[in-house]
Design a protein around this ligand. Structure first.
Ligand code: HEM
Length: 454
């Protein structure tokens, strides 16, 4: 006879999808309440599916590091395979490890150093287009900028005016994936003529067109033996020809990797920057302190160097604190392959594991006065005493963010350059509402007034 499973505490609703509905409607509040009510580990049902929500750093470490082999990415990410295919974010096992070894060197610090020139130039160019006293949507601006930067630095591609619809297409895809996660959401796909399916197909086609344009331009350059480049797209194209131990990478696999880097490489950073400018605009004393540091490091503003960036300690603290309050990746999901133990509980195979940076980063046990934006909390002493997975905006372990060094360099540079040239002020009509799709976005954009610094 099978032993009865002991589940951790959690909400027990009479209706099978009640908690699932709450979660999908307002995941941040639902998870926050779960953590406050049930503590380090809780359990609920999503239809027939067992879901465990982990809220203790040691349990998260168990899943992401100690027993990582027992977990694959959960359904939440699997739905994004419809757009990303089997790229680095969504692939699994040996194929993932092989691709990770191929892609990771692109983001080593010595490579990142080479990208700073493009990052600086593109940020200054964007600032040149801004008009004194105007109102801009800083989320749009940051999305365009980070897209431009990832395309040029890592994929060797100049974004063209005809690539204009990227932001809208990506939003349509993310909203579509959210709908598919709703109870019975997958039924939507069974009726192709529904406008929502047509909208997704069109958005995917737009993104595909751009990615194939990137690949074809590069291929032509390789064939013509034009100046040899060493960006990631060249590495991937060469890996296609080398047919290494995993066999030749197909055109589809190449497309999937490029689409993944192209999308994962800009949207998260754009959100981190958007929330940072929002926080700075609502905390003038922190903005002033930041500006003081930036002025002291960039005494002659257009002549920035890689070494200058290392000196921007307070800027780094501002971004660290901003990603604590508004982690662009606000939750991670995994699925257990085999039964396993977390704490005193046996987790049956097939269970979904949820972990939320948004909830953990606001835990008063680790972050006193957790809802206050306070960059000065990030002293060396404070960091030393933090448990490993109490702060993890970039995930951890073998599936941690491959672009983390890139993201830090880019976010520090953009924050510093913009802050040195422009003051960004919140306006009363700016309605700030969180929209947690795959990433944590501002639902209505982020409209801000910009004025030149003296
Ligand atoms: C502030 C910016 C960023 C944040 C907060 C962020 C966050 C994350 C997180 C949390 C993961 C782990 C997901 C999981 O474990 O399920 C991840 C993975 C990944 N990120 Fe980032 N990311 C950022 C920027 C970037 C950039 C700039 C790139 C590329 C240039 C990038 C590419 C990737 C890729 C390819 C993966 C999958 C890695 C793997 O599974 O091996 N990310 N990111």
């Amino acid at each position: 006879m099978k032993e009865a499973i002991e589940y951790p505490p959690g909400p027990k609703d009479l209706f099978p999808y009640a908690i699932a509905r709450k979660f999908l409607r307002d995941p941040l509040t639902t998870l926050t309440i779960l953590s406050q009510t049930y503590g380090d580990i809780s359990h609920f049902k999503f239809g027939k599916q067992n879901v465990y929500f982990l809220n203790h750093p040691n349990y998260i470490e168990d899943v992401l590091i100690t027993n990582y082999k027992n977990f694959i990415k959960s359904k939440g990410l699997q739905v994004s395979k419809r757009l990303l295919g089997s790229g680095l974010v969504t692939s699994e096992g040996d194929y993932h490890d092989h691709q990770r070894r191929l892609i990771q060197p692109t983001f080593y610090p010595k490579k990142i150093k080479l990208y700073t020139e493009v990052m600086i130039k593109k940020t200054l160019n964007l600032c040149d287009t801004w008009k004194e006293g105007s109102v801009i949507d800083i989320h749009n601006e940051m999305t365009r900028l980070t897209l431009d930067i990832i395309s040029k630095t890592v994929l060797g591609y100049d974004i063209k005016p005809e690539d204009d619809e990227i932001g809208d297409s990506l939003l349509i895809c993310m909203e579509y994936f959210n709908r598919l996660l709703m109870p019975f959401g997958e039924l939507i796909e069974k009726i192709p003529i529904l406008p929502i399916n047509k909208g997704f197909q069109k958005a995917k086609k737009n993104l595909d067109t751009i990615v194939f344009r990137m690949i074809n331009e590069h291929r032509m350059k390789l064939e013509k033996k034009e100046e040899k480049d060493n960006d990631l797209l060249f590495t991937l194209l060469q890996a296609q020809d080398d047919s290494a131990e995993m066999g030749k990478m197909t055109d589809q696999q190449l497309r999937d990797e490029v689409m993944t880097i192209f999308l994962a490489g800009h949207e998260t950073t754009a959100n981190a920057l958007t929330w940072t400018f929002y926080l700075l605009s609502t905390h003038p004393e922190i903005d002033a302190k930041l500006q003081k540091e930036i002025y002291s490091v960039f005494s002659h503003k257009t002549d920035l160097s890689f070494d200058d960036i290392q000196k921007l300690e307070y800027t780094t603290k501002v971004l660290t604190e901003s990603m604590r309050l508004y982690p662009p990746a606000w939750a991670l999901g995994r699925q257990a392959i085999n039964d396993c133990k977390i704490g005193k509980y046996t987790i049956p195979s097939g269970s979904i594991i949820l972990m939320s940076q948004y909830v953990m980063h606001r835990n008063p046990l680790y972050f006193p006065d957790p809802n206050t934006f306070y960059p000065d909390r990030w002293t060396d002493e404070f960091k030393k005493n933090l448990p490993r997975f109490s702060y993890y905006p970039f995930g951890g372990g073998i599936r941690s963010c491959v672009g983390e060094p890139f993201a830090w360099m880019e976010a520090i540079l953009i924050t510093a350059i913009i802050n040195s040239l422009w003051k960004v002020t919140n306006i009363p009509s700016n309605k700030v509402v969180l929209k947690p799709l795959i990433t944590l976005r501002p639902k209505y954009g982020m409209r801000m007034k910009i004025t030149r610094r003296d």
